[in-house]
Structures are given as C-alpha cells and as structure tokens.
Design a protein around this ligand. Structure first.
Ligand SMILES: *Cc1c(COP(=O)(O)O)cnc(C)c1O
Ligand code: SF4
Length: 401
C-alpha cells in the first residue's frame, strides 16, 4: 500500500472550491459561521454541487421530514459530483435505502432513553455518563444512531434540562467520566462550552470530560482559537479533557482537518477517533489502513471501529460481523498496532459495548509424550497464517527449586 501524503492532506478540494463557490473569499471560507449559514439543506442546493441520481433526488424529498439533510460547503467540495458511490457523498446525501426498515431495527437501538435517570443523560456503566447538550450537528450523517432526536429542533434540551443533568452528576459520586455528546456539542458557542467544562471541573469526583464531536471532520473551521483556548484552560491535574472525534474515510483527512487537530493537540488535549464501519464507505482493509495512517499523522489515535447499530433505515450501510472480523484480521501485521482500533458492537437494549476480535487462538490438550501430560496448550495463528503453540504455565518454573 503506497501512501501519497502530499495528496492526502489537500486532495483536490481548492480546485473544486473555486468551481462551486467562486465568489467566496478566503476569510469567508475560513469562518465556520459562513459555512453554517451556507449549508446545503434542499434538493435545489444539492443539485448545484452534485449530479443527483433519481434515487438520491427522490430520497432527499422523502426523508426530509424524518431526518434533516444538512451539508457544509466544506464537505460539499470533498464529495464526488459525478459518482454516487463516493464514500463522502454516501454519508451525506439521502438514498432510498433509508426508507427500508430491516428486521431487528428500532428507533432507539441502544435503549439510551431507557437508561436515563434524568432527561438528557444516559447512565449505563458505573463510572461514566453520556450527556446530551444539543441536537444540532454541522452535517447530518445518514447513518446516525440518534435520528429519533438529532436534527429535530423541537426536541432540543433546554438550559434547565442541562442543569438537571449536571445536578445528577453532582450528586452521583461514582461518575468519573462525562461524555459530552449530542448532536454535536461544538454546535454550542465557546462561551457555553467553557461554562459547561467549568461546571464539570467544579465537581470533585469528575476526572475526565470527553468532548464527542464530528466538527473536526465536517466543519474543521469550527476549531477556532477561542475553542482551543477553552480546551487549554480546562486541562488540569484535576480534570482531563479528551476530544473524541469521528473520521470514517481517508479523504476526510484534509489540510483543514489537520489544522483543526493541530490546534487541539497543541493545547495538550488528546484526540481519539471512533469510526463507524459502513458498507460502501470504509469496508475495505486498504481504506481502513490508510485512514489509520493519516489519523496517526494528525496525532489522532484510532480508538473504536463501531459496528453499525440497529438504527432504523441503515441496513444499506451495515456489514456482517464476519466481514468486520476479517477486516480487523487483515489490518494486524501490515498496520502499526497504534493504528488498529478496537472493533466493537454496541448491543441492543442497552447491553453496552463488547469487543469483537478475530479468531487467533485455540486451546487443545498438549500432544501425548510431552513432559507435562495433561496440560493444555494454546495454538495461535499469526497474521501470516502460521500456527505457533505455547504451553499453559506449568505448576512451577522448570529447573528452579
Ligand atoms: C459508548 C458509551 C460509553 C463509553 O464507553 P467507553 O467504552 O468507555 O468508551 C458510555 N456510556 C454510554 C451510554 C455509551 O454508549
Ligand atoms: S455528527 Fe454524530 S450525532 Fe450528528 S448526525 Fe453525525 S453521527 Fe449523528
């Protein structure tokens, strides 16, 4: 696999930008507010940036009421205007696959609404909670697992709801780790994020705050100097702030995304990535390997590769678990261990995340005639397919005592 980093960080998009947005100044393009205001939200807008298929056109209209479409101009310049199979286009432009509901799919696959001790907060594991701050995102990902509320302005948590959730964290001393989620918390102003981190920092038992955001990917301009200052200000011995982001494809690793990561990393904030395994987007070993290599260059650690949830209307994105395992197997060896994410399934009904690991090992009795009859051995198959056995530990070290 040959990597072309010169192209990796800056793929064609300045050229596309001058074609799609010829009158936009550099100052406008660098300003996230401009991108917010010029988001693509209608079929007419969309026709101006890509040549739509009949399926995409019909689906955009048919899904509009269920799950809004919004695409930043930045993202629009990364989509292939001619190819409906473009991995970035598939993530952002509706298709008729969304109208089909597959067996097992449901509106709240992870039962996040059930594990809610107070509105706006999911508490599933003993020491960490998921806090919903806003239901807005810069771009709406067509496979989102929270379509039931994300993009819906009517279900937006209000300030009092956030206060109630913070109060719950305050009076629940087992909570060490708060995942600030949404929607996308970077839809909030820097001032509000500052106030939220301030409130968390004041709670003695909270040790870690994770800011879960896709803005680094869909609107990297959002990572402005003000945001970096907020992150830097809240790193302390008492509270560590981590950024959890969501890159899915190497084409998303642009110069602008590098810049956003650099701004965050230079404040001493670690960045981790959670990808979703998506058919037709990143379900190939070389795509995942290239994504990981670029992330590592951006100082982003690939953390999770999430199997697609049983969210309604995303069957066209879902792979089989077997395919996921085979992909992970193909990464081990050719790719640095630092670049290998953990492949996890988030179980329905709130069962939580479990890792899925390729089958590398088998236990069997040691062959007869050895010096430790009755003991087992483990036989491992390495990344090259070679079988290598190690014995289970003997009762005591050989040759001593
Ligand atoms: C994913 C998730 C977490 C965090 O899980 P980690 O494995 O610690 O990253 C916490 N709460 C909920 C509800 C989650 O879905
Ligand atoms: S950024 Fe996250 S919450 Fe927002 S639409 Fe995408 S997957 Fe859903």
């Amino acid at each position: 696999m040959q990597l072309d980093f010169a192209r990796a960080f800056g793929e064609a998009h300045p050229v596309v930008r001058s074609r799609l947005y010829p009158d936009t100044t550099d100052a406008e393009w660098g300003d996230w507010r401009w991108h917010q205001q010029h988001r693509i939200t209608t079929v007419e807008d969309l026709e101006r940036v890509v040549r739509l298929t009949d399926d995409e056109r019909a689906a955009t209209q048919a899904t509009a009421r269920r799950f809004r479409m919004a695409i930043t101009p930045y993202w629009a310049t990364l989509m292939d205007p001619e190819d409906p199979a473009c991995p970035l286009r598939r993530q952002a432009v509706p298709t008729s696959g969304e109208l089909r509901v597959w067996p097992g799919e449901r509106p709240d696959p992870l039962a996040e609404e059930t594990f809610m001790p107070v509105p706006g907060l999911t508490h599933r594991y003993p020491d960490r909670v998921l806090l919903y701050t806003t239901h807005n995102c810069a771009m709406y990902c067509r496979y989102c697992t929270r379509k039931r509320k994300v993009s819906d302005p009517d279900s937006q948590p209000g300030k009092s709801e956030l206060d109630v959730a913070l109060d719950y964290i305050r009076r629940t001393p087992t909570v060490r780790d708060v995942i600030i989620s949404g929607g996308d918390p970077l839809s909030l102003s820097n001032e509000r994020l500052d106030a939220l981190l301030e409130a968390l920092a004041a709670i003695p038992h909270v040790e870690v705050a994770r800011l879960g955001t896709r803005n680094l990917v869909t609107l990297p301009q959002r990572v402005d100097a003000g945001l970096a200052a907020v992150l830097g200000r809240h790193q302390s011995r008492h509270l560590a702030v981590w950024v959890m982001t969501h890159f899915n494809h190497p084409k998303e690793c642009t110069d602008d995304a590098w810049e956003a990561c650099e701004r965050i990393a230079s404040t001493g904030t670690p960045i981790q990535n959670q990808s979703v395994l998506l058919r037709g987007v990143n379900d190939q070993a070389d795509v995942l390997a290239q994504l990981s290599r670029r992330l590592l260059r951006m100082r982003v650690k690939p953390y999770y590769l999430l199997h697609a949830d049983l969210e309604e209307g995303i069957g066209h994105f879902r792979t089989t678990i077997g395919e996921g395992k085979a992909l992970l197997h193909a990464l081990r060896g050719p790719l640095s261990g630092l670049g290998i994410p953990q492949y996890v399934v988030d179980l329905p009904t709130g069962g939580g995340k479990v890792p899925v690991v390729p089958d590398y090992e088998a236990q069997r009795p040691r062959p007869a005639g050895g010096d430790d009859p009755g003991a087992d051995e483990w036989v491992f198959t390495n990344w090259q397919g070679r079988a290598i056995a190690i014995p289970e530990p003997l009762p005591g070290p050989v040759g001593i005592g």
